[in-house]
Design a protein around this ligand. Structure first.
Ligand code: GCB
Length: 682
């Protein structure tokens, strides 16, 4: 489905790798402060899906020019929420094309009259392509459904006597080979089987393509001279914590900056001036992961105060950023946090729940974190796209370590390796790093999940993408998650960096195949090898007895080739809660437990050598496209979609707390852990 007027704007410029962050401006989370106010726009918006044949009626009739109710009927639509599951209209659930959201907002008088106030509209996420108008004037366009974008609307709201404004957002959920994630539209032309113009959206990933305004939308203010971005990196020198800061200011070149670091008691422990520098914190408290230390997730507060003189008088801006002091490093067989071996015992998640789809929801978020901590999970991967900023903030606060993944999932078509796709993927990594760079919980970037890394252009694509991500953030390792079987993966067969520095080995393949293989190799570029495998599920169905051999082979082959630490980034079994069968049969709770136990036997051997983590697939059941393989979604959760435990949750809980005790940094056995005021006891 063509994206219409917006499609043209998605045409992309020259490739940008190798240079510093190319995005204009920062994306600091909007926090209230003495100089900044917020106005949440969550609640009911007016909504209409454009069901016209070409889906462009809204543009042809310019629905953004007047209130939406004047151009036709509207529905009430909650924000944040996916639009798909809240209604009773089956056509809306599977709708592909443009939908229109609108909200009238009354603004505080100062915002519309004080020209020293900057008013910004921020959209946490709009899946997938969004165009925004304020009072009928185009203010922003954004491609990508999982990262925030903003528009400075000061001039518009300050230009007349109005004390309200009308925000219109058109969103298109169409996925093409060049979007992230990619997809294709299949037009069915056989009129004996399908009505004229019939098309469906096809995707190559295993979750439902929910769409809409998924995260909070808000207006916030800053002064016109303001703190636009802050970049923090941290380190340790003996017992002294090092906080390197860089502050970016917009609106003037003449300003003063004061920076103070406060501990959890509010005591100033270090201070500096100017737009960059290093703060030194003697006897610093480190940010430790949950269950790794008796006081995990220690957060300082970096207070940045800007002052400037203008003709209209003094201006000041204030922003407080939570800061965790910690280091991350990778050796040949270890993942180190604060110099100590860290073992990921955690989960893969999805942003997914009944009714709200991918809509952000505080009760759901708090429940999920309570379950994670009950489980003894110390980490998760944001499979398969960046999660809401509020999720990342809770990870910082609770010490839940994050592998932060881009929406690069389902990259399996050759077209999705084109320069247009690569350019977009590079920009998405820029947006992701810009948003999440200051979270201590984020310890690694994942640029993709299960791409067809055997295709010819994959080598160049991933080499470029990973190099760019490392340029953007040299302080964190980078990975992508592979499901390649060692033997089937051309890249692995030929890709060892050691092979290239020694005399060329005798290859079994033809010159053409060799050159394909060399270009297809991708694993040499990653710092940690993340492997997904589903032994006795997608192969050798029902034969749990082969798991140990196959898993041990998988680990050995990968490790012997690359000498890099390995994470079992997915494993699991489809399980329908309440199905019981002993001896175990597939889909029963007993089979899920049995399969996990077989994996654990091998993980327990290999974690003594080079395996540095295990992430179960999946935390909870989640919705997918309809298919004969999926019974109302993917059921590999250890919790149901309603967050109730299956038997495997208890098994994993036992294991994770045991692992925590074995891999804990110091102190006696851990029976419980307090984070903030909430105790979690095994
Ligand atoms: C995978 C994918 C994940 C799927 C899972 C499954 O390898 O990474 O997105 O949901 O397998 O259950 O098939």
């Amino acid at each position: 489905m063509a994206r219409g007027p917006a499609g043209a704007a998605a045409v992309l410029g020259p490739l940008l790798w190798g240079c510093a962050l190319a995005l204009q401006g920062g994306m600091l989370y909007p926090r209230e402060s003495p100089s900044r106010e917020r106005k949440e726009l969550d609640g009911l918006w007016s909504f209409r899906a454009d069901f016209s044949d070409n889906r462009r009626q809204g543009f042809e009739q310019q629905w953004y020019r007047t209130p939406l109710r004047e151009s036709g009927p509207t529905l009430d639509m909650p924000v944040p929420s996916s639009f798909n599951d809240v209604g009773q209209d089956g056509r809306l659930r599977s709708f592909v094309g443009w939908v229109w959201y609108e909200r009238e907002v009354t603004l505080p008088q100062r915002w519309t009259q004080d020209l020293g106030t900057r008013v910004v509209l921020r959209i946490g996420s709009a899946h997938y392509y969004a165009i925004v108008w304020v009072n009928g004037v185009h203010v922003a366009e954004h491609e990508g459904g999982h990262l925030p974008f903003e528009a400075d609307v000061s001039k518009l709201v300050q230009s007349g006597p109005l004390s309200s404004c009308r925000i219109t957002i058109a969103i298109n959920n169409t996925l093409t080979p060049h979007t992230l994630p990619p997809g294709t539209i299949l037009y069915q032309k056989d009129t004996s089987k399908y009505p004229k113009g019939y098309f469906v959206q096809n995707t190559h990933f295993d979750f439902f393509n929910y769409a809409g305004l998924h995260r909070p939308v808000l207006l916030y203010t800053t002064p016109t001279i303001y703190i636009d971005d802050i970049t923090i990196t941290t380190g340790m020198d003996q017992n002294t914590g090092l906080v390197n800061y860089k502050v970016f200011v917009q609106g003037s070149e003449h300003f003063q900056l004061e920076v103070r670091l406060l501990d959890e008691e509010g005591k100033v422990v270090a201070q500096g001036t100017g737009d960059q520098g290093q703060l030194q914190v003697p006897s610093a408290y480190l940010w430790w992961p949950y269950l790794m230390h008796e006081h995990p997730a220690y957060l300082y507060s970096l207070e940045v105060r800007l002052t400037a003189q203008t003709e209209a008088g003094p201006v000041s801006d204030f922003y407080a950023l939570p800061v965790g002091i910690r280091t991350v490093a990778v050796t040949e067989n270890q993942f180190l946090i604060n110099g100590k071996p860290f073992y990921f015992h955690g989960v893969n998640k999805h942003e997914d729940a009944d009714i709200r789809g991918k809509g952000f929801d505080w009760p759901l978020l708090v429940k999920d974190f309570n379950l994670l901590r009950w489980l003894g999970a110390n980490s998760f991967r944001t499979s398969h796209y960046p999660y809401a900023e509020e999720v990342m903030q809770l990870c910082d606060r609770y010490g839940i370590v994050v592998i932060d993944e881009s929406p690069g999932v389902g990259i399996v078509l050759t077209q999705s390796y084109s320069n247009v796709s690569l350019q977009h993927h590079l920009e998405v990594m820029e947006e992701l790093v810009r948003r999440d760079k200051n979270h201590p919980a984020v310890v690694m970037w994942s640029v993709a999940n299960e791409p067809a890394s055997y295709l010819k252009p994959a080598g160049y694509y991933f080499k470029t993408l990973i190099a760019h991500t490392k340029d953007l953030d040299p302080s964190r390792p980078v990975t992508f998650v592979t499901n390649s079987n060692y033997e089937a993966d051309l890249g692995v067969r030929l890709g060892s960096p050691h092979l290239f520095s020694s005399p060329l080995p005798v290859f079994w393949c033809s010159p053409d195949a060799c050159s394909n293989a060399l270009q297809g190799r991708t694993a040499p570029y990653v710092d940690v090898i993340c492997v997904n495998s589903y032994y006795s599920w997608y192969q050798d169905y029902g034969h749990m007895e082969v798991i140990q051999l196959q898993l041990a082979t998988q680990f050995e082959k990968w490790y012997r080739t690359y000498q890099k630490p390995i994470i079992q980034s997915e494993y699991g079994a489809e399980t329908i809660a309440g199905f019981h069968q002993d001896p175990p049969l597939m889909f029963s709770e007993e089979y899920q437990k049995g399969l996990l136990e077989q994996y654990h036997l091998v993980l327990d051997q290999k974690r003594k050598e080079y395996v540095v983590g295990e992430l179960i697939w999946n935390f909870a059941d989640f919705m997918t496209d309809q298919s004969p393989q999926r019974a109302m979604g993917n059921k590999k959760g250890i919790f149901t979609r309603q967050r109730q435990p299956k038997g495997a949750a208890f098994l994993l809980r036992e294991r994770y707390w045991k692992l925590a005790n074995e891999t804990r940094y110091h102190g006696s056995a851990v029976k419980s852990q307090c984070v903030g005021n909430s105790p979690f006891t095994f």
